[in-house]
Design a protein around this ligand. Structure first.
Ligand SMILES: Nc1ncnc2c1ncn2[C@@H]1O[C@H](COP(=O)(O)OP(=O)(O)OP(=O)(O)O)[C@@H](O)[C@H]1O
Ligand code: SF4
Ligand SMILES: [Mg+2]
Length: 337
C-alpha cells in the first residue's frame, strides 16, 4: 500500500475531487437549467506528504491548473474534498483561511499577471507582510531584503524602486518567488513558472526554487508540460488525462518504466541525450477530446492502441505496479490497489 490516511507525514489528502464549470454564466446558467459543463477535474485522489516535491504533467486542458487553483482555494470543488492537516479546505473561514493563505504560496506562469503594474517591487514585497500583521516597517524591510537576497536579486536597492515593466521576465519571476516565500510558507504550488521565460534564464530560476524549497523543507506541487523538468525537480510524478490522474508514483519509475499507454506516449517524446539510444515517439490517435464531452470509462480509450471492450465501461480502478499506481485495464487482474 502506498499511502495511509493516518500517516502523520501526510500534509494534503485529495479525495474524489471534481470541478465542473457550468456553461452559460455560472450560477445564472445553472439556475436557468443549463446542464452543460466543462468537466475540468473528474475525480482526482492523491496524497501529498510533507516536504515532497510532486510534479503534475499532461497535455493542455487536462485539468492541471484547475487542480492547482482548487488546492489554493481560489474556488471550491463541485464535489470531493481537499484536507490539509486533516481539515477540509472548503470549511476554512476567517483566521483559519488567512493562516492557510500564509502557509500556501502560488506562482503562476506569467509574472506580469502576478504583480500589480502600478506597485513598485518594494510595495509588492511589503504588501503580504502588511496583510499578515507585520506592522514594524524596519522588520518588514529586513525581511524584504533577506527574501531578495535569497532569490539572488542583488543589490536589493537597485530593484526596490523599479516597477514591473522595468524588469525582465526572469527578474520578475524572481520577485514573484521572493513574494511567494516571504511569509515562510510550508507549501508552494508552481504552475508552469518558467514556461514563458527565455530558455537561458529558466535553469537559474528553477535551481533557486529547488534549493530554497529543499533548504526550508517546503512541500511543492510543480505543474509542467515538460517531463524532463519534472524529472529533474520532482520526487513523485502524477500524469493527468482529461481531469483524471492515470498514473502516479516515484518519478524515476514513472519516467523509466511507464505503465499507462498515455504515459508511455508522453515519455516517448522526451529528447534523449544519449546518442546511442533512440527513442521513437509513440503516436497517439487524434486530438484530446473536448472537456465538454468526456469519453465514457477510460477517457483515453478513443486514442489508445490497446483499447478493449471493457475500457469504455467504467474508469479503471487503481492497480499498483512496481510501487506506481496506474489506472488501466491492461493491469487489472485481481491486483486492484
Ligand atoms: N474558469 C473556467 N471556466 C470554464 N472552463 C474552464 C475554466 N478554467 C478552466 N476551464 C476549462 O477546464 C479544462 C481544464 O483547464 P485547465 O486550465 O485546468 O487545464 P491545464 O491542464 O492547466 O491546461 P494548460 O496546460 O493549457 O495550462 C479546460 O477545458 C479549460 O478550458
Ligand atoms: S484502460 Fe484501456 S483504453 Fe485506457 S489506457 Fe488502458 S488499455 Fe488503453
Ligand atoms: Mg494550466
Amino acid at each position: 500500500m502506498i499511502d495511509t490516511a493516518m500517516d502523520r507525514d501526510v500534509l494534503i489528502e485529495i479525495k474524489d475531487l471534481v470541478k465542473h464549470f457550468p456553461l452559460g454564466g455560472g450560477l445564472l446558467g445553472s439556475l436557468a437549467g443549463n446542464k452543460d459543463a466543462v468537466h475540468a477535474v473528474n475525480g482526482v485522489s492523491f496524497t501529498i506528504r510533507r516536504g515532497e516535491v510532486i510534479g503534475i504533467a499532461g497535455e493542455s486542458g487536462c485539468g492541471k491548473s484547475t487542480t492547482a487553483k482548487l488546492l489554493m482555494k481560489l474556488f471550491d470543488p463541485t464535489s470531493g474534498t481537499i484536507e490539509v492537516d486533516g481539515k477540509n479546505l472548503t470549511m476554512l473561514k476567517g483566521d483559519e483561511l488567512k493562516e492557510y493563505r500564509r502557509r500556501a504560496a502560488l506562482m503562476f506562469q506569467n509574472p506580469y499577471e502576478s504583480l500589480n503594474p502600478r506597485f513598485t517591487i518594494e510595495r509588492a514585497l511589503h504588501e503580504p507582510l502588511i496583510i499578515h500583521g507585520v506592522d514594524d516597517a524596519a522588520e518588514r524591510d529586513r525581511r524584504v531584503r533577506k527574501a531578495m537576497d535569497d532569490v539572488q536579486l542583488r543589490p536589493a536597492d537597485y530593484y526596490l524602486e523599479k516597477f514591473p515593466h522595468q524588469l525582465s521576465g526572469g527578474q520578475l519571476q524572481r520577485v514573484v518567488l521572493a513574494r511567494a516565500l516571504i511569509l515562510e510558507p510550508d507549501f508552494l504550488v508552481a504552475d508552469e513558472p518558467v514556461s514563458m521565460l527565455d530558455v537561458s534564464v529558466r535553469a537559474g530560476i528553477l535551481n533557486t526554487m529547488k534549493d530554497l524549497s529543499a533548504k526550508r523543507n517546503i512541500t511543492v506541487v510543480y505543474i509542467s508540460h515538460d517531463l524532463s523538468l519534472i524529472q529533474y525537480l520532482c520526487d513523485t510524478t502524477a500524469i493527468m488525462y482529461l481531469g483524471r490522474v492515470v498514473e502516479m508514483g516515484p518519478t524515476r519509475t514513472v519516467i523509466q518504466d511507464p505503465q499507462h499507454p498515455y504515459t508511455q506516449a508522453l515519455i516517448s517524446t522526451i529528447p534523449v541525450p544519449d546518442p546511442d539510444r533512440e527513442e521513437t515517439p509513440i503516436p497517439i490517435k487524434g486530438g484530446v477530446p473536448s472537456a465538454l464531452n468526456i469519453p465514457s470509462g477510460c477517457p483515453f480509450h478513443p486514442r489508445c492502441p490497446y483499447a478493449m471492450d471493457v475500457c469504455s465501461t467504467a474508469f479503471p480502478p487503481a492497480v499498483e505496479v512496481n510501487g506506481v499506481k496506474v489506472n488501466c485495464y491492461l493491469h487489472v487482474k485481481g491486483k486492484t490497489a
